[in-house]
Design a protein around this ligand. Structure first.
Ligand code: KG4
Ligand code: ZN
Length: 347
């Protein structure tokens, strides 16, 4: 079965065709970064308009990779939330129109399920690692979400902890903005951090208690703002690198500690890192190092599967279809994460 996935929840218009075993046949992403960069973040109305311009060309390109084009598609999967409602509606309308006119099954996909199952996508890379068995603990850290889950089965995902304020990616973006580094902040902070001293500035560790596995990043953002107010925006490359390295060390340490604590309390020795922040080289390296010390294996999907993409939506949709699930044309968008059942955590 070949599933066409459509994703338009935030600032990427994406379409992909994926087989039910996770094999990616095409994967097209049109990024709106240039559109939003002057504002230092995603502007919802601009996002909707950019999705509208991109959606048909992106779908055309995704199905062009199939010998018979759209005729080879067996089902349509579409992100129906969480996300910006105006943005979601563009992908949903396209998906419903195609499903109706081609008489194809339609399934809505929770964007977070897509991220959490992205580790099963196969892209024919030579150095592709085998995916982990279930259950695994997943850290989903992106611009909009930061949470820990226990993925027991495709349809049994427990929420273990989440951010009480900003997402980790949002914190990277806000810190970069304060430092005059542009948008999105994650990649540039990551690059600068490499040459900086991670102990140059003593930023506070958020929520250091081992009792819970929730996150908080807004205090760290304020600490960067105070630093900039007192010391000014760093002007030399080395001073910028020191702030980035010190900031990144604290974010990474918080993410890694809580993730490994989640593995400890669940007794699950497998950790998946996913979402845009999983691209961070400091996070990948520190997670592997700290996990090895406690016998936890770390699995990180290739970069193109970590950031927003439609292949993960197509795959999660294919799994829903395989379970016999279907949606109809009344499928509606939702803006907030629907409740995953909260897992019980011992302290
Ligand atoms: O998953 P994603 O593409 O979109 C959302 O669903 O939000 O994640 C984008 C976020 C942005 O906040 C970006 O700054 C962050 O991921 N990001 C990074 C890196 N690459 C992207 N954060 C830290 N280090 C990186 N290398
Ligand atoms: Zn995402």
């Amino acid at each position: 079965m070949k599933v066409l996935g459509i994703e338009s929840s935030c600032d990427e218009t994406a379409a992909a065709v994926v087989r039910e075993d996770g094999r990616v046949l095409s994967d097209v992403v049109a990024s709106q970064i240039a559109e939003h960069a002057p504002y230092g973040g995603v502007v919802p109305e601009l996002a909707s308009r950019a999705h509208l311009r991109a959606i048909i060309p992106v779908i055309d390109q995704a199905v062009a990779a199939l010998p018979q084009g759209l005729d080879d598609v067996d089902a349509i999967a579409v992100t129906h939330g969480p996300g910006l409602v105006g943005a979601l509606l563009i992908g949903l309308s396209a998906a419903k129109s195609l499903a109706w006119s081609r008489e194809l099954p339609l399934v809505g996909v929770n964007h977070l399920d897509g991220h959490l199952l992205a580790v099963y996508l196969r892209r024919d890379d030579e150095d592709e690692e085998p995916p982990p068995e279930m259950p695994y603990v997943a850290l989903l850290a992106s611009g909009g979400h930061t949470a820990l889950y226990e993925v027991r089965a495709e349809d049994e995902i427990l929420l273990l902890g989440q951010t009480r304020d900003d997402a980790a990616g949002e914190c990277f973006d806000k810190a970069a903005k304060l430092l005059g580094l542009g948008y999105p902040g994650g990649p540039v902070v990551d690059r600068l951090a490499k040459s900086g001293d991670p102990h140059a500035i003593d930023f506070p560790m958020p929520m250091p208690s081992r009792k819970n596995i929730d996150f908080s990043f807004s205090g760290l953002k304020t600490a960067v703002a105070h630093h900039v107010k007192e010391q000014g925006v760093p002007t030399s490359e080395s001073a910028r690198a020191d702030v980035c390295a010190s900031f990144q060390r604290v974010v990474v340490e918080s993410l890694v500690r809580k993730s490994l604590r989640a593995c400890e309390v669940t007794g699950v020795p497998r950790l998946v890192l996913t979402g845009g922040v999983a691209a961070n080289r400091g996070l990948r390296a520190r997670a592997r190092e700290a996990a090895a010390e406690v016998g936890v294996s770390v699995h990180v999907p290739p970069l193109a599967s970590c950031t927003d993409n439609a292949a993960m939506i197509a795959y999660a949709g294919a799994r829903r279809l395989a379970r016999g699930e279907r949606d109809d044309l009344t499928l509606a968008p939702f803006s907030r994460a629907p409740g995953y059942k909260r897992g019980k955590i011992r302290d």
